[in-house]
Every structure is written in C-alpha cells, then in structure tokens.
Design a protein around this ligand. Structure first.
Ligand SMILES: Cc1cc2nc3c(=O)[nH]c(=O)nc-3n(C[C@H](O)[C@H](O)[C@H](O)COP(=O)(O)O)c2cc1C
Length: 274
C-alpha cells in the first residue's frame, strides 16, 4: 500500500476535480499496461477509482461529487492524506472475493443479551478492517425473497457526521462517533417495497450485534419517513431516488458503561392464541 500527501484541485475550467499521484503508478503498481484500478482512503474516507495517465509517468485520479462532499472539498486546492493500493479488475460476472473478517470470541446468545445502545464514544479511531467486518454482518442478514435490497453508506468524514448530528437532536451522538453506516433500501427492486423496511431492519440489527461482538459500541438512529432529517440526508449523501434511507448506525469505541437490564417479559408470550 502506498501512503502519501498530495493536493486535490479543480482543473483549469473547474469541471473536474483531481488528486495528483506523486509517483509513476505503472511502475509502482507493476502494471505495464491497461487501466489501473485503485482503492484506499483519502483523509480517512474510503474510495475506489481508476487512474488517468497524463503521459511521462504522471497520473491523476478523478474525484466524483460524492467523494468531494465527504472530504469537504469546495473548490479550493487542499492537501490530502492518501492511502492507495492497486486492485485487480474483477472478471465480468465473477463476484469479488469476500474480505477476511475480524473475528469475535463472543457467543451469539451473550451478544444478543448484552448489546445495548451506546451513545458516548472515545476519540480512538476504528480500523477499516472492523468496519468491513460489520458491513459483512449486515450483508448476511435475511432478506425477503432473498432479494438483498440494502445498500450501506459508510460515513467516516467528521464534517459530514457533525452535519448530520446537528440536524437531529436524537442523533447528536454522531458528532463524536468514529463513523456511521446509513442503511438504505432499494425501492426499485421488484416486489420488494412491502418488505424494504423489514429487510433494512434485519441488516441494521445484524450490524449492531457485529459492532457489539467486536467490543465496539453503536446505536440505531431511525430515519422517519416524513422527517426533515430524511430529506436533508438524501441531499447530503446525494442518494439516488431509488434509495430509501431507513436507519443510521453511529459507531465507535464505547465511552460509557451501562447496567444490563432484565428484559424477560413472560406475560408477552402467548401460545397458539391470545
Ligand atoms: C427504529 C429505531 C429507531 C431508533 N432511533 C433512535 C434515535 O433516533 N436515537 C437514539 O438515540 N436511539 C434510537 N434508537 C435506539 C433505542 O432508543 C434503543 O434501542 C432503546 O432505548 C433500547 O435500548 P438498547 O438499545 O440499549 O437496548 C432507535 C431504535 C430503533 C429500533
């Protein structure tokens, strides 16, 4: 993996935004020909992209609007801390290999019974491997008719977290979170509208359990259908019309300890009829 500092700037006519690559990417990534696909983080924000060759061993990476927004880039040249690895282009029709997940020693029943909403977070960062693991938990949730309509927007950008926190007092903890995952449902997936919320809720709970199993803390913030927060979130994340944001999970290293409560309510169990 390459780690470097480099400027992000707009081109002369202000149309495209570039990150300058300060080395000969062909040579460094051992790619004598073809498109160079890359992934990594810019100021902690994950990206996947490809490089443009400018000849003479010079390369640039184009930053799309969503990435610019996550980085808080507003047109003024800024310096960025970049990690970059080259990626193999996946063959058509072949699924990407699943990343190796971080493991948890916690028993599943213990995880279910000891999970609690955590709303106070330490400033310690959460590694990308952990985030990948909890995303994987979301993807392993059951979905109606096995349609997998959920998309997961990972927010690591502090400015964006603070913006979302400031718009909803019930989600104020986002400001101190190491990150957030916005669980969105794809409304266009055929026959899925009636189960979209159930699918997203199942993924959300799986993620919360994964977070807890890793020793992290998290809390589910609901996105009400008629809320101003939902509208502002759609705008801030540039969500396409087909994506419905259903839940936001703030996560980080816990900075609060809570007493476990007894939740066993036998009076709510009914056999065969009410
Ligand atoms: C659909 C849903 C929406 C929620 N929205 C919020 C929220 O906006 N802010 C918040 O702090 N907690 C929110 N929570 C978390 C609940 O307050 C929490 O789960 C509940 O108080 C029980 O506590 P526990 O998670 O520690 O078991 C939400 C939970 C659910 C299931």
């Amino acid at each position: 993996m390459e780690i470097f500092e480099s400027p992000i700037y707009k081109d002369d006519i202000g149309r495209r935004t570039f990150l300058e690559i300060p080395f000969d990417a062909r040579e460094r990534f051992c790619k004598p020909k073809g498109t160079i696909y890359v992934s990594g983080t810019i100021n902690g924000t994950p990206y996947r992209s490809k490089l443009l060759s400018r000849g003479g061993g010079k390369f640039l990476m184009v930053l799309d609007k969503a990435l610019q927004k996550s980085l808080g880039f507003e047109g003024q040249t800024m310096n960025a801390h970049v990690t970059m690895s080259s990626e193999e282009l996946e063959p058509a029709g072949k699924k990407r290999e699943e990343p190796v997940a971080v493991s948890s020693g916690m028993d599943v029943l213990a995880a279910i019974k000891t999970r609690q909403s955590i709303r106070k977070f330490a400033s310690r960062p959460v590694g990308d491997d952990m985030v990948t693991t909890i995303l994987c938990c979301g993807m392993y949730a059951p979905t109606a008719k096995n349609k997998h309509p959920c998309h997961f927007i990972v927010i690591r950008n502090k400015q964006l977290l603070a913006e979302l926190a400031s718009q909803n007092s019930q989600a104020a903890m986002l400001e101190s979170a190491a990150g957030a995952i916005v669980i969105c449902g794809d409304k266009n997936i055929e026959g899925m509208k009636e189960f979209l919320y159930a699918d997203c809720a199942a993924a959300t709970q799986n993620i919360l359990l994964g977070i807890h199993g890793l020793g992290l803390g998290g809390v589910w913030c609901g996105v009400a259908l008629n809320s101003d927060w939902r509208k502002r979130m759609i705008a801030a994340l540039e969500l396409p019309a087909k994506l419905e944001p259903v839940a936001v999970i703030a996560f980080g290293w816990p900075e609060e300890e809570k007493e476990l409560r007894d939740r066993w309510e036998p009076e709510k169990i009914h056999y065969d009829k009410w």
